[in-house]
Ligand binder design. Structure first.
Ligand SMILES: [Mn+2]
Length: 356
């Protein structure tokens, strides 16, 4: 049985305090139901999903166990009914989701105190770092779809194809293979454009001797995947091979540190130090990785300043890169599931350099 609501209840002060979940992502996390509007109202003993007419029928079928579903016409009126019925004196809100104007409306509209200084958003992100078995399965499935699509895409990678076409084809393939949508704007860049870590696909045609960087991911039942591969077209120069080897080794150094009990800084430093020792310190300017889940970038950040300790059940990326301006760049990324003894690589595609 999933304990996510129980964990949230542990941080609720007393029977007269409730939590109001309003963001799309956390409504889904706590109710199991995806919608573009609504709220989840959680007290020490009850949990209620409030949706409007458009969602009521499907919500009743899809909602997690022990959550009652209410159809509202006016959200505040329904919330006030719950507040009165449950004798709630204060409601904790999701601070990252509520705008200043919305906060004013909540204060004017609800018959209780509104608590905005609880750092609820951050606390929920902390809970979300540790994935349940079912969440892990969904992320693995999203990764599987992305991999299958990527391998199919490689069949059309050749000189004369333009970068944007690769991104479009990949989105198409991922959807055909069962993805809900792409996890972010796909990166498919080539040649000199690969020196831009988050370059945007252009009309540039693929040429012999290009590196091509694919940063790809999709969403399956709300959960994201993330993977980056850099491949060469036709041939790779000695310098390209050298940089590729350094990045691949840095990636492996970081992966060796992904283990419950090690810190995020341990992982980042492993990759960063290896790149620095090889003389490319200034050409790796981003973090080594990040958590992945209901959002593409979640806690924890894998960076040298983050002393957070990794725990089993976290899923983090390992994605060092070296970017040489006006020349080329290389990034190699996989997601890893943290375990007590080490980690599990969630990507099954080889990371050695391939020349198409
Ligand atoms: Mn990533």
């Amino acid at each position: 049985m999933d304990k996510r609501i129980d964990k949230l209840r542990e941080i609720i002060a007393d029977d007269n305090t409730a939590v109001l979940i309003t963001s799309d992502v956390n409504r889904f996390y706590y109710s199991g139901f995806k919608s573009s509007a609504g709220a989840v109202f959680i007290t020490k003993s009850t949990a209620t999903l409030l949706v409007d007419f458009r969602y009521f029928e499907s919500a009743q079928k899809q909602v997690l166990d022990k959550i009652q579903v209410i159809q509202y016409v006016k959200l505040f009126e329904s919330l006030n009914e719950l507040i009165d019925k449950e004798n709630i004196k204060s409601v904790i809100i999701e601070d990252d989701d509520v705008t200043v104007s919305r906060l004013k409306k909540l204060r004017n509209g609800l018959n209780c105190e509104i608590i905005d200084e609880f750092n609820l958003s951050d606390k929920v992100l902390d809970f979300r770092m540790i994935k349940t078995d079912l969440e892990i399965e969904k992320i693995k499935h999203a990764q599987k779809i992305a991999e299958k699509s990527y391998l199919e895409l490689l069949n059309i990678v050749k000189c004369g194809v333009f970068e944007k076409k690769l991104a479009l084809e990949l989105e198409h393939l991922m959807k055909l293979n069962g993805a809900e949508k792409q996890a972010f704007d796909i990166i498919s860049i080539s040649g000199k454009n690969t020196s831009l870590p988050h370059g945007v696909p252009t009309d540039k045609l693929l040429e012999k001797g290009d590196f091509i960087t694919f940063d790809i991911g999709c969403v399956y039942d709300g959960y994201h995947s993330d993977m980056t591969r850099t491949v060469a077209l036709g041939y790779a120069s000695e310098e390209m091979k050298k940089i590729y080897d350094i990045v691949l080794h840095a990636h492996k150094c970081a992966a060796e540190k992904i283990k419950a009990g090690n810190s995020c800084a341990d992982v980042d430093n492993a990759a960063r130090n290896f790149i620095a020792d090889n003389g490319y310190k200034d050409y790796f300017g981003h973090t080594t990785g990040h958590g992945v889940g209901l959002e593409i970038h979640e806690k924890p950040t894998i960076y040298m300043t983050n002393n957070l300790i990794l725990k089993a059940g976290m899923i983090v990326t390992d994605e060092p890169g070296i970017y040489l301006p006006d020349k080329f760049g290389v990034r190699i990324e996989d997601m890893y599931l943290v375990t007590d003894t080490g980690c599990e690589d969630l990507a099954k595609i080889d990371k050695e350099l391939i020349i198409l």
